[in-house]
Design a protein around this ligand. Structure first.
Ligand SMILES: [Ca+2]
Ligand SMILES: [Ca+2]
Length: 550
């Protein structure tokens, strides 16, 4: 099957006054930045639930305040401890309604969480790649601390981390029943023999995968079997993610009576392949959709090392999708996949409400990293820019300010200490993150730490409320003034006027830069003795970036 109705003129390049590029002949301008999007109407959403039922009613606000006071008191008994519904989304960038990264996106169920809690508008992953990001979040340690930078290995195989108490284990040690379904750790982790009740989680559910898949890719000349998009399959119930959510719903219908729960649900959409049923595509009529703005020559002022971070990837470059008139189709399929993922979140929220435990449950939703859909001339991830590092991070529940937004930097590595703090468990030493509870209680509370994202050893991004500084392993740099240049188009690092600012931000770079652990491979970039290696293969310094590697 294919996406219907995507008739549009041939791709053209032309500059606008704001130097945007319209590659797809679109009827409407993409707003210049998140936050100015018009309010979207969600009433026609096919799986819309009852969003107001989870919202905080003013008359009961004092009860929440009281609950917050009680819950933040250490040593509360197991029976009083709040539950945790821990929702992981894969490759979800800021194209969600609470962040307005794409002003046409429809995610009414994430809005339900946002209305009940705090939306972190400046939250960033620790690595723009599944395994290192998830390893960091679950261990509470940065990639630069563990040395896990690539898609392999599993942290348990790393010397010194065999018995490291991961986030769900810490909850289990303190009286919780922990449960997992879908992609919580990176795919294949833990290995199948350890994916049983006991290690890592009290109870393992349906793990799922990228199924079902059509007999052949929908996109003509697809660069990789998984890098595909279009209308598929016929019914939502056929999707693995639907079954993952169903398992979570079943647990919420049969909760343990004597213990609090920590239920982790990992949804793979909108990770490629971007398959969704017709109803989700119908939310995004192609003749009204727009692609994100792209600056011509945006990569002219970015260092060579920025290309090395994603030297050879299955995800096509912008030129590839634009020339094949697939850009708008991929954008549409991504949006459809986001709304499908949101609907799965909605099913879990509905079940939580029906369980009667909603008022005593912390709901946290996060994505492991973002995703480019044309910005900086690429699709995919593996960069240190906004599109890769910025992630949705929504936290709601007892002790959390309702319907609030926080502009302070936040990191996914903060989730471990934050959830421990919110649940009133004993403080856990030795973690790299810090509790976000001060911001959850009062979202304007300042935070001095920036957000750090790492991709491969010695490549870091530092984000504050106003700046992004990037430093690569060869010492090359980028600096962006986020107030003036939120899309990070104009690299200021070579301007001597910013030397002081760069020195100030460079102080926050991690002091420890662990070498890649044994077994590190797949999407690993390393600088060794003056030579850059992509997945252990030396890069010719005179070679141009591969146009569209497979
Ligand atoms: Ca991912
Ligand atoms: Ca640029």
């Amino acid at each position: 099957m294919s996406v219907n109705g995507t008739r549009r003129p041939p791709a053209k390049r032309r500059s606008t006054k704001t130097a945007c590029v319209k590659l797809s002949g679109l009827a409407r301008e993409f707003p210049s930045f998140a936050g100015i999007a018009p309010r979207l109407h969600h009433d026609k959403h096919p799986l819309r639930g009852s969003p107001m039922r989870l919202s905080l009613r003013p008359a009961f606000a004092w009860l929440w305040t009281l609950a917050a006071t009680l819950l933040l008191t250490p040593n509360i008994s197991a029976a009083e401890k709040p539950n945790v519904l821990f929702i992981a989304i894969d490759d979800l960038n800021d194209w969600v309604t609470p962040l307005s990264g794409h002003p046409q996106v429809k995610t009414p169920h994430m809005d339900r969480i946002a209305r009940r809690g705090v939306t972190f508008k400046n939250a960033h992953c620790q690595s723009p790649l599944c395994n290192p990001s998830r390893t960091s979040l679950m261990s509470g340690l940065r990639p630069s601390t563990t040395g896990v930078y690539a898609l392999q290995p599993w942290l348990r195989t790393v010397e010194g981390f065999e018995d490291w108490v991961m986030l769900p284990q810490y909850f289990e040690q303190h009286g919780y029943v922990t449960m997992s379904t879908g992609k919580v750790y990176h795919d294949a982790y833990p290995p199948a023999e350890d994916r049983r009740d006991g290690p890592e989680f009290t109870r393992w559910g349906f793990k799922g995968g990228f199924h079902p898949r059509p007999d052949r890719p929908i996109v003509p000349d697809a660069t990789h079997p998984l890098v595909d998009w279009g209308v598929f399959p016929e019914r939502d119930e056929q999707q693995d993610d639907y079954k993952v959510a169903s398992w979570a719903v079943e647990q919420l219908k049969n909760l343990p009576e004597d213990k609090p729960f920590f239920l982790a649900m990992g949804i793979r959409h909108p990770h490629v392949p971007l398959y969704a049923t017709q109803q989700w595509f119908d939310l995004y009529p192609p003749d009204t959709l727009f692609t994100p703005p792209v600056l011509p020559g945006d990569r002219n002022d970015t260092p060579d090392f920025s290309w090395y971070l994603h030297w050879k990837l299955p995800e096509p470059r912008l030129k590839w999708v634009a020339e094949r008139r697939q850009w708008i189709k991929k954008v549409r399929a991504y949006l459809a996949s986001v709304s499908f993922a949101d609907a799965m979140v909605g099913r879990a929220l509905d079940a939580l409400e029906a369980s009667g435990e909603a008022d005593n449950t912390i709901v946290v939703l996060w994505s492991d990293h973002g995703y480019h859909l044309g910005e900086k001339l690429i699709t995919g991830k593996n960069t240190l820019w906004r599109e890769s590092t910025r992630v949705p991070l929504l936290i709601a529940g007892p002790g959390v300010s309702a319907d609030s937004r926080c502009d302070q930097p936040a990191e996914l590595v903060d989730l471990y200490p934050t959830l421990v703090d919110l649940a009133g468990l004993p403080e856990r030493d030795g973690l790299d993150g810090v509790s976000l509870v001060p911001q959850l209680q009062a979202p304007t509370t300042p935070r001095t730490r920036p957000a750090i994202t790492t991709h491969g050893p010695h490549n870091h991004s530092v984000v504050t409320t106003d700046w992004r500084y990037i430093q690569y392993a060869d010492g090359s740099k980028e600096l962006y003034d986020l107030k003036r240049d939120p899309r990070e188009w104009h690299n200021l690092a070579r301007d001597p006027a910013y030397e002081t600012k760069i020195a100030e931000l460079a102080q926050y770079l991690p002091a420890q830069n662990a070498a890649p652990v044994p077994g590190s491979k797949t999407r690993l970039v390393e600088l060794k003795d003056g030579t850059v290696y992509w997945q252990s293969e030396a890069i010719d310094p005179n070679a141009p970036p591969p146009a569209n590697p497979k």
